[in-house]
Design a protein around this ligand. Structure first.
Ligand code: OAD
Length: 231
């Protein structure tokens, strides 16, 4: 079996990290992404942008993986044991998949617990707050190692290669609002692959999926994993 899993903010919602869109409280209802998650925002008001990500970093450090993260780590380990292939791509900048035990996670939108030099591009671990005074050894300003709107997602060659090879595409906890991730289902369908959506509610591109399951990730992901492993 060769599985390609895409996760989004919904997989970490029950860990208390908040989603960007969807029913109830959502980050982009409270905050304007144009003022916080673009290179222009960082150039215009770096202190405001640092503040937003500092709060999110502190929340992340205090959070724990939930049953959905744990189930996906178990799926990866079991498939490896059985000689299957498994790719986990996340739009999330948190490290909850890794803390649950996932070994190979592709963070296409970067990682909150890393900082990058805006001048030389060097990436380093970062668990503390960043400020306008945070500097790289080269003297350049440090920024969160996250992909902002208008920037290119990371590792896309590797991602599309894995997507082309996968037999089943599964989207978990993502609204299907942000490209290129929102286009993965169409790419998988074009190759005749089976596509499955696990989400709290139908996503923006729900009709493109063959199999749809709705409910809280901590419930539907573990039961779907059990089903896959029983095949
Ligand atoms: P969104 O916040 O857009 O979507 C989260 C999805 O998770 C929604 O469809 C919710 O209904 C669903 N959801 C909420 N709670 C859930 C739960 N307990 N169990 C299962 N599903 C639940 O998040 P993403 O699709 O990941 O990018 O957003 C994509 C990108 O948009 C993010 O990476 C971020 C954002 O702007 C940047 O900041 C560049």
């Amino acid at each position: 079996m060769n599985l390609f899993i895409l996760t989004g903010a919904g997989v970490s919602a029950e860990s208390g990290l908040g989603v960007f869109r969807g029913p109830g409280a959502a980050l982009w209802k409270r905050y304007n992404p144009i003022r916080l998650a673009t290179p222009e925002a960082f150039a215009h008001d770096p202190a405001l942008v640092h503040d937003f990500y500092n709060t999110r970093r502190r929340n992340l450090i205090a959070a724990s993986p939930n049953a959905a993260h744990v189930a996906l780590a178990r799926l990866e380990a079991e498939l490896a044991r059985r000689g299957g292939a498994f790719t986990l791509v996340t739009q999330n900048i948190d490290d909850l998949h890794e803390r649950a035990g996932s070994k190979n996670v592709i963070h296409m939108h970067g990682e909150l617990l890393k900082a990058r030099c805006a001048s030389c591009g060097a990436v380093r671990d970062c668990r503390d707050d960043l400020s306008v005074d945070s500097r790289c050894g080269c003297g350049g300003a440090l920024r969160p190692h996250v992909v902002w709107f208008g920037e290119t997602p990371l590792d896309t060659d590797e991602i599309y290669e894995a997507l082309a090879a996968a037999e089943i595409f599964v989207a978990i906890g993502t609204s299907g609002a942000v490209y290129p991730a929102a286009g993965f289902v169409r790419a998988a369908r074009a190759r005749g692959r089976r596509c499955c959506e696990l989400n709290l509610e139908p996503s923006g591109n729900a009709e493109e999926f063959d199999d749809r399951r709705y409910g809280a990730a901590s419930e539907i992901v573990p039961s779907w994993v059990e089903e896959i492993l029983a095949r």
